[in-house]
Design a protein around this ligand. Structure first.
Ligand code: NAP
Length: 300
């Protein structure tokens, strides 16, 4: 396997990494996947090779995508465990997880050790199904203009749209803005459903009122349906990562403008921290509805 050549290596076979790997493969890209648990990489399936070792994945591909949980995991794998050192000359590291501003600065520092590798800060918007369907929004940023063709090919395979936002850091900034929006909609939705519960208004009638109109965000309506069908355990976007992103957004704002008040986002951070502590972290972000209904989770 070590001698084989791949178009793309996916590092991290969680919800997003495995969906991206399958989509890349279905689009004709030779794809290898690595996870610290080899069974996760083997389970990606559909023609995606599982790498027995990290370096055999990162050292055999034109494009290395990191899709790990957070900055600590990304830096541990690519720096401390030498995933980056093993990369081929002329290849590209595309960092797609949401790792925050401090995280992307550290990752860029690691990447700057080799001028023969192109580094992209390219977090994505969209969850498991959009990744499977090649419908992600890619928030791409890079310090160089000459983005290699294999990267463009990957973006065409997995993305419905790629926004080129400028130098490294800009993709992450946009992602933090987008996920502040997502968190705000999510909390607004579940509290609105709680108002409906108390006032004896059926959720589906509320959804009927807003669907198709200016207030009816399709994402919120889909999440309301997920809540009502009792499927928050079918995780698309884990609550623990949505909470991480609220922390990252607030941290980035406070570092830049320490006296800037964001009362609603700060309240969401506290509520979601408690929901994660009460074992809802691996559930879908829409499980915050359950946290609201559990006094122990919401009123501590
Ligand atoms: P996930 O399913 O929880 O997958 C996380 C991945 O990180 C797994 O491969 C996990 O490995 C790995 N990992 C965690 N800690 C690690 C460590 N210390 N060392 C090595 N590997 C480690 O999460 P996901 O939903 O795919 O999300 C991945 C990233 O994309 C997150 O930053 C998230 O915020 C972001 N994101 C998610 C979505 C979404 O809708 N799900 C959308 C856009 C962006 P194991 O499998 O071995 O545990």
């Amino acid at each position: 396997m070590a001698e084989q050549h791949y178009d793309v290596a996916i590092v991290g076979c969680g919800i997003m990494g495995s969906a991206i790997a399958r989509r890349a493969r279905r689009s004709g890209l030779r794809t290898i996947a690595w996870d610290r648990l080899i069974d996760r990489a083997r389970a990606v399936g559909e023609g995606v090779d599982a790498a027995p070792e990290l370096q055999s994945a990162t050292g055999s591909a034109e494009v290395v995508v990191t899709m790990l949980a957070d900055a600590a995991a990304t830096l541990s794998v690519m720096d401390a465990h030498h995933g980056f050192d093993a990369m081929k000359s002329g290849s590209a590291w595309v960092q797609m997880a949401t790792i925050g501003l401090k995280g992307i600065i550290k990752a860029r520092l690691v990447a700057s050790q080799r001028s023969d590798i192109v580094f992209l800060d390219a977090p994505v918007s969209g969850t498991k199904q959009p990744a499977e369907d090649g419908k992600l929004l890619i928030l791409a940023s890079c310090d160089r203009q000459d983005v290699p063709e294999p990267v463009q090919r990957l973006f065409r395979a997995i993305g419905q749209r790629t926004m080129w936002l400028g130098p490294v850091g800009q993709g992450t900034r946009m992602k933090l803005v987008l996920n502040s929006w997502l968190a705000s909609i999510m909390e607004a939705l579940v509290e609105t459903l709680a108002v409906a519960d108390v006032l004896d208004v059926p959720h589906e009638r509320f959804a009927e009122c807003i669907e198709g109109g200016p207030l009816g965000t399709p994402w919120a309506i889909a999440k309301a349906k997920k809540i009502d069908s009792g499927k928050t355990h079918e995780t698309e976007f884990p609550l623990k990562w949505a909470d991480k992103d609220v922390h990252l957004a607030l941290e980035a704002v406070k570092e830049t403008a320490h006296d800037r008040e964001l009362p609603a986002l700060e309240a969401i951070q506290k509520l979601w921290d408690r929901a994660v502590e009460s074992n809802l972290g691996d559930r879908d972000v829409s499980a915050v509805y359950e946290a609201l209904k559990t006094p122990a989770a919401s009123a501590r």
